[in-house]
Design a protein around this ligand. Structure first.
Ligand SMILES: Cc1cc2nc3c(=O)[nH]c(=O)nc-3n(C[C@H](O)[C@H](O)[C@H](O)COP(=O)(O)OP(=O)(O)OC[C@H]3O[C@@H](n4cnc5c(N)ncnc54)[C@H](O)[C@@H]3O)c2cc1C
Length: 333
């Protein structure tokens, strides 16, 4: 319990906002969580995420701070959400793309190289399909929709009030934590949108225990197993603010790559194709921007699930002790 109880408004109910509300309410602050939409997740980019917690794989293209925040967040997820699957990540490539696998291995850490028999031991349904792969045992994944709903409920259980279907900030807030994702572009000039498209398919013909990343020079794909025979296939990374429907080209890439991973996906049911916007700053590193009594927590790019818990604790520490994590805070005067 913190010594001084603050009145805090959290704007936005994506993964950033629900984690902020949960952590701040758990510390004894009076939190009001505001969602523009009456159904809290209907516009959130978090709703369509893969929700891989992949601090090691992501270092292929992300700065070391992402790995640090991700490693800080893993135990916070495990403590808050009982359905985190800590089964690691398997990375494979077709024999013609072995150079991609070597490049990926060089750019990442904390992996073991597997032969065909070891791949089969981990994922029996991939038997005979890949000669070599990389296993990242320290990674995890979760079902994002279940996790969002669960963390929102935990915030409310900890005392957070909710105000859904309105953008109004209640009067009398000591601090406002702005977690509006790409909508905060009206206040954050250098925030940009990176469009992500994904597919959800369903089949009982195949099961995986962990996310599988299929490397390819042009169409790298990952597939995340969700409960009840659902699979999330992700994701495109397109420099665009467009939230329109998935294009034929992207749909073909996503579904075609799944078919390339295992031909039995050819018989799977297409459940949904969705697109939304990842909010990102030019360096693709999340930031906590302090403007007097407003803190913007934004720019989580491909790492919203991976880093939100750690960022929520950064904000709580700042409000209580003025401690700054130099790699993520920007204090504007
Ligand atoms: C296809 C895809 C796959 C991904 N896979 C992963 C992954 O595997 N692992 C990972 O860590 N990350 C992943 N990400 C990234 C992750 O989803 C984002 O980093 C994250 O969703 C950003 O969360 P956010 O809370 O900032 O934004 P959002 O989830 O977009 O939430 C913003 C919220 O603010 C609300 N809002 C807007 N305006 C207002 C207002 N005026 N008042 C109140 N509320 C408002 C919106 O309605 C929305 O609910 C993926 C993203 C995509 C698109």
């Amino acid at each position: 319990m913190s010594e001084k109880q603050l009145n805090i408004t959290v704007r936005g109910t994506g993964i950033v906002g629900v984690w902020q509300a949960f952590v701040l309410a758990s510390k004894g602050h009076n939190v009001t969580l505001v969602s523009k939409t009456s159904e809290p997740f209907s516009e959130a980019s978090s709703w369509i995420a893969g929700a891989m917690l992949a601090p090691f794989c992501e270092t292929e293209s992300a700065e070391p701070v992402i790995r640090r925040l991700g490693l800080q967040s893993m135990p916070l997820w495990q403590e808050a959400f009982p359905h985190v699957k800590s089964n690691g990540t398997l990375v494979v490539a077709q024999p013609r793309d072995t150079s991609e696998l070597k490049r990926f291995a060089r750019q990442t850490s904390d992996h073991a190289t597997l032969d065909a028999a070891q791949i089969e031991d981990l994922e029996p349904d991939l038997a005979g399909r890949f000669r070599t792969g990389l296993f990242f045992a320290g990674e995890a994944h979760l079902q994002p929709r279940w996790a969002l709903t669960h963390i929102l409920q935990k915030a409310m259980d900890a005392g957070a009030q909710t105000k859904f279907g309105s953008s109004d900030v209640p009067a009398g807030s000591d601090y406002v934590i702005d977690c509006r994702g790409i909508a905060a572009k009206d206040q954050l000039a250098n925030l940009r949108g990176v469009r992500g498209e994904m597919a959800i398919i369903r089949t009982s013909e195949i099961s995986f225990s962990r996310p599988i990343r299929l490397l390819h020079p042009r169409f790298p794909l990952y597939m995340v197993p969700w409960p009840e025979n659902y699979f999330m296939i992700g994701a495109t990374v397109i420099e665009s603010d467009d939230t329109g429907p998935v294009s034929v080209r992207s749909g073909l890439e996503l579904l075609g790559s799944a078919y390339g991973l295992h031909s039995a996906f050819g018989e799977a049911e297409i459940v949904k194709l969705s697109a939304n916007i990842r909010p990102a700053f030019p360096d693709n590193i999340p930031k906590i921007i302090v403007r007097d009594k407003v803190l913007h927590v934004n720019g989580l790019y491909r790492h919203g699930f991976l880093t939100s818990p750690a960022l929520a604790h950064c904000v709580a520490n700042y409000l209580e002790t003025k401690a700054l994590d130099e790699e993520v805070f920007v204090v504007e005067h």
